[in-house]
Design a protein around this ligand. Structure first.
Ligand code: HMG
Ligand code: MG
Length: 297
C-alpha cells in the first residue's frame, strides 16, 4: 500500500540554482525560499557552504540564510562538505546541514577532490561539531543508479555508503540519481538493497529527470514505502560535476502525481506554481516543468 503522506524536500534553491549560469540577486534567492515555504513546503534546502571557486552560484548562501524569516516547523538545511563549511554553518547559525558522499570513487574525486574514505574522515569531523551544537544532519549519496564516469554502480556499494552515513548519525539518507539514468525496476532494486541497512522511513529519493524517468522512478519507490522525496520547483537543477545532468524532478509535477494518488503533502499547488513562475521569470525563461507549461497564464 502507498504511504498516506509524503514529505517533499524542496532542493531548488540549492540543487537548482547551483547549476544556473544566470546570477540572481540576493533578494530573488530570499524571495524564492519564502514563496516555497508559503506554499507549504516544510523543508527547503537554502544553499551550500562549498568552495565558491567551484560553485560560484552558492557564494552568497550565508547572506541568503540571514535574509530569510525563519518559521517554526520549517527546516532550512545547508550543504556542508568539510570542517571549513561547518565553520560557516555555525557562524550563520543554521539548525540543519546536509553532508554529501558518492557511491562512485570517480564522482567523489570530481565533486569533492577526495576518495570516498577521505570524505568520511571529513564527515566525522563535521558530525562531531554538528552534534556538539545540536544541529541535525541529513546525508546524501550520489550516483545511486549510475555514474557519469563509471557507469553502473552495484546496489551493495550504494547500501554500504548509505549505511555509513546512517551509522555516522544522519537522521535521513537521500539517495541521488545524480544523472537521472535510472529506470523503475532498478530504482526498486536499489531501495530494496539500501532498506536492508537503513529503515525505509529514513530514506529519501532524490531523482534527476535527465532521461525523463524521474516520476516513474518515484512512483516505483513509493510502492516500496519511500515517503520522502526531493524535488526542485520549476524543474531547476543539475550538478556542475555531472555533465548533461538536467534538473531534479519538478516539485509541481511531483505534487500533481501525489495529489492524484490522494497522498497528503501539505503543499498548495497554486502557490507552488506562483513560485515556479517567479523563479522562471527571474531566470528569463519558461518553467521546465510540465505543469508550469500547461498552466502558464
Ligand atoms: P579542495 O580544493 O579539495 O579543498 O575542495 P582544499 O581544502 O584543498 O581547499 C582549496 C580551497 O578551497 C581553499 O581556498 C579553501 O579555503 C577553500 P584557497 O586557499 O585556494 O583560496 N575551501 C572552501 N571554501 C569555502 N567553503 C568550503 C571550503 N573548503 C575549502 N567549505 C571542496 C574541497 C569539497 C571544498 C570542493 O571540492 C568543493 O567545494 N566542491 C563543490 C562540491 C559541490 O558543491 N557539488 C555540488 C553539490 S553535490 C550535488 O549536487 C549532488 C546532490 O544533489 C545529490 C545528487 O543529485 O546526487 C547532493
Ligand atoms: Mg542533486
Amino acid at each position: 500500500s502507498l504511504p498516506k503522506r509524503v514529505k517533499i524536500v524542496e532542493v531548488g534553491p540549492r540543487d537548482g540554482l547551483q547549476n544556473e549560469p544566470i546570477p540572481l540577486s540576493l533578494e530573488t534567492k530570499i524571495a524564492l525560499v519564502e514563496k516555497l515555504v508559503d506554499a507549504g513546503l516544510s523543508v527547503v534546502e537554502v544553499g551550500s557552504f562549498v568552495s565558491p571557486k567551484w560553485v560560484p552560484q552558492m557564494a552568497g548562501s550565508a547572506e541568503v540564510y540571514a535574509g530569510i524569516q525563519l518559521r517554526a516547523g520549517v527546516s532550512y538545511p545547508m550543504l556542508v562538505p568539510n570542517l571549513k563549511g561547518m565553520e560557516s554553518a555555525l557562524a550563520a547559525g543554521v539548525q540543519e546541514i546536509a553532508i554529501f558522499a558518492a557511491a562512485s570513487e570517480t564522482f567523489s574525486q570530481k565533486n569533492t577532490h577526495c576518495s570516498i574514505a577521505e570524505s568520511f574522515e571529513r564527515f566525522a569531523a563535521v558530525m562531531q561539531q554538528a552534534q556538539a551544537h545540536q544541529i541535525k544532519v541529513r546525508g546524501y549519496v550520489s550516483c545511486v543508479l549510475g555514474c557519469p564516469y563509471e557507469g553502473e554502480i552495484a546496489v551493495e556499494q550504494v547500501a554500504a555508503v548509505a549505511g555509513q552515513l546512517y551509522d555516522l548519525g544522519c537522521y535521513e539518507v537521500s539517495l541521488g540519481d545524480t544523472v537521472g539514468v535510472g529506470t523503475p525496476l532498478k530504482a526498486q532494486a536499489m531501495i530494496t538493497a539500501v532498506a536492508k541497512r537503513i529503515p525505509i522511513e529514513q530514506l529519501a529519493a532524490h531523482f534527476h529527470d535527465t532521461y525523463g524517468q524521474g516520476l516513474a522512478n518515484l512512483f516505483a519507490v513509493l510502492q516500496l514505502g519511500v515517503a520522502t522525496m526531493d524535488s526542485s520547483v520549476s524543474g531547476l537543477g543539475g550538478c556542475p560535476y555531472a555533465k548533461g545532468a538536467s534538473g531534479n524532478v519538478a516539485t509541481e509535477d511531483l505534487l500533481y502525481m501525489l495529489n492524484g494518488l490522494g497522498i497528503e503533502t501539505g503543499v498548495d499547488m497554486a502557490k507552488l506554481l506562483a513560485a515556479s513562475r517567479f523563479i522562471s521569470a527571474s531566470l528569463g525563461r519558461s518553467p521546465a516543468s510540465k505543469l508550469g507549461k500547461i498552466l502558464a497564464p
